[in-house]
Design a protein around this ligand. Structure first.
Ligand code: R1P
Length: 290
């Protein structure tokens, strides 16, 4: 059955609704970044760029890095955008836009996030590179999909119990990275972590400017959470959604985080741009080691 015009929305030029991309613009390896300006920070290292476009916060460039074809795309901030970007990337790869039908043979993309994040563990310093092995989603995105089979409920229940999680906020879900990518991108330069993704930057990450928050001790409880020796290492806004949707859609995903703040010590990186650029170079070089 063809997917209806209202569900799979294509622009007059045949590109997908928000990303403005046609299937031929997408490489099998995708780097996602939050900031639209970070796309060029990645592709400045490329041999060549064959295509670029921008619509809203979704800036895309596809090109070659040392002969490998890579698409770099910005997602903007938050798992609401991750829902759009990952569904549309998958549609570009796995739906025939002429017939509007899902292809018989499905493609599995390799998707690497290069993002920024704040550590909540004193011993994970600013300027570290953290790879998220596990992610806890405090956003509700994954619950809108038939997704129980990709969630680790035992860990979620332990998290809810140990942090006395306020149910009105959300029901946390736990998802994991692709284990092959984890091996490929890990080295003595990286730390492996358990990333919590939340729906905001201030209250939802325990920051207080003028508004009181529901639980002042939230970050301490997350940092002290212990499941078989694992605790929450860092906070950001996309990784859990990326891992959940990638699992459901059959793509391989890994989230690389430049730790630019340490929330436990109150420090902020002296040069966050340099740290992000170092992570970009590290990630690109690991990508061609495949
Ligand atoms: C908040 O400043 C943004 O930075 C982090 C958060 O996840 C959020 O998107 O990641 P990016 O730098 O990749 O956007």
């Amino acid at each position: 059955m063809p997917i209806k015009d209202s569900e799979l929305i294509l622009n007059p030029d045949g590109s997908i609704y928000h990303l403005n991309l046609r299937p031929e613009h997408l490489a099998d390896t995708v780097i996602t970044v939050g900031d639209p300006d970070r796309v060029s920070s990645v592709t400045q290292h490329f041999d060549s760029i064959e295509f670029q476009t921008q619509k809203r916060e979704f800036h895309t460039q596809t090109g070659l890095y040392k002969g490998k074809r890579i698409t770099v795309i910005s997602t903007g901030i938050g798992t609401d955008n991750i829902d759009i970007v990952f569904n549309e990337l998958d549609a570009l790869a796995n739906i025939n836009f002429e017939t509007r039908e899902v292809k018989d043979t499905l493609k599995s993309l390799n998707i690497i996030r290069i993002g920024t994040s704040g550590s909540i563990q004193e011993n994970i310093p600013v300027d570290a590179f953290l790879i998220s092995e596990y992610a806890a989603g405090f956003d509700s995105l994954l619950h809108f999909y038939d997704s129980e089979h990709v969630q680790h409920n035992e860990i979620a229940n332990a998290l809810i119990e140990q942090t006395n999680w306020f149910a009105s906020k959300s029901k946390p879900y736990i998802v994991t990275c692709n284990e092959y990518l984890l091996k490929q991108f890990s080295s003595s330069k990286t730390v492996t972590g358990f990333t919590a993704t939340n729906v905001g930057f201030y209250g939802p990450q325990g920051r207080i400017l003028r508004l009181a928050i529901q639980d002042d001790a939230m970050n301490d409880k997350l940092a002290n959470f212990n499941y078989n020796g694992m605790s929450i290492t860092n906070l950001e806004m996309e990784t859990a959604g990326i891992y959940g949707l990638s699992r459901l859609l059959g793509h391989k995903a890994l989230s690389m985080n430049a730790i630019i703040a340490n929330r436990a010590t109150g420090e902020f990186s002296n040069d966050p741009k340099a740290t992000v650029n170092n992570l970009i170079t590290y990630t690109l070089n690991k990508l061609i080691e495949e």
